[in-house]
Ligand binder design. Sequence first.
Ligand SMILES: NC(=O)c1ccc[n+]([C@@H]2O[C@H](COP(=O)([O-])OP(=O)(O)OC[C@H]3O[C@@H](n4cnc5c(N)ncnc54)[C@H](OP(=O)(O)O)[C@@H]3O)[C@@H](O)[C@H]2O)c1
Length: 299
Amino acid sequence: MLGNKKSNLQVDKDQLELLQNAQKRIKQKKRLYVHFVLFLIGSVFFILLNLILGFGKNFKPFNTNWFVFAILAWLFLLLYHTFNVFITHKFMGKDWEQTQLEKLIAKQKQRIEELKENLPAKEETNLTESKKKTELSLNPTIIVAVAENNAIGKDNQLLWHLSDDLKHFKSLTSGHHIIMGRKTFESFPKPLPNRTHIVITKQDDYKVPQGIIVVNSLKDALDVAKKDNQPFIIGGGEIYNQSLSLVNKIELTRVHHNFEADTFFPEIDYSIWKETSNVYHKKDENNKFDYSFISYIRK
Ligand SMILES: NC(=O)c1ccc[n+]([C@@H]2O[C@H](COP(=O)([O-])OP(=O)(O)OC[C@H]3O[C@@H](n4cnc5c(N)ncnc54)[C@H](OP(=O)(O)O)[C@@H]3O)[C@@H](O)[C@H]2O)c1
């Protein structure tokens, strides 16, 4: 609505300008017409004055009556006036042309400023987007089991034994790279079969059984796993904290119970994460607590 009002005002302003210029042109032409009539009357008057009334009868430059020169001089002024009206002030006149030119230049300047403002912002957004896409192109997934109070471990051990969760973990991660912190690796009695283990540690000479890959940073771990279409980040607390912003999927088992713990999973920000599936399971003889398998993807 406001936009329309503004453009109407603009049209009115332009129309007013055109009207004012048209009026100006009419005035100019009227003045020229008056000038022409005065010229005719003046010419007749000079002729009468010179020939009939005998004024300056003896003044004959180049052997010609002076009224001829007087008429020619006036004719020159009339022609000059005509030239101004039809050539110099053609159409809207110089002032109008100047105003139009200034308007055009101002518009161009404004457009250039707008482009300047938008260009770096757009480039920055594109860069951030492409960086994010590159980072997420690995499609790493966090897999975790979390209590109601976000507890995940204590004394470098899990807090529960849920047989179905272990099967769920096995079915999702088998055949893939599993990335973990050194402490989580040490919490296993032995390496898990059919998975490529990548252990993150700051230690330079960390000793591991054959086949286990050791890296010194999360970035290196992701690099090593880059041929895997879905590497899994399997913990523990420190690694989850560092990787949550780098993944676009979380496979979470929510254990419906509170536990005393020393290691916790970070709070899930539901403005960033969208739940895509949620399957609830009641406790039974193999699973001591109620639990839900929940999948999240980044919005
Ligand atoms: N509920 C679950 O789903 C689940 C899953 C996994 C683990 N957990 C539990 O989580 C607990 C272990 O977690 P945690 O946080 O104590 O340890 P962690 O994350 O497993 O490992 C921490 C270690 O990883 C290395 N590390 C971490 N960030 C690093 C980096 N940026 N660069 C190089 N090395 C890095 C360091 O090793 P160095 O000290 O050798 O340098 C650090 O001490 C255990 O209780 C475990 O049972 C629970």
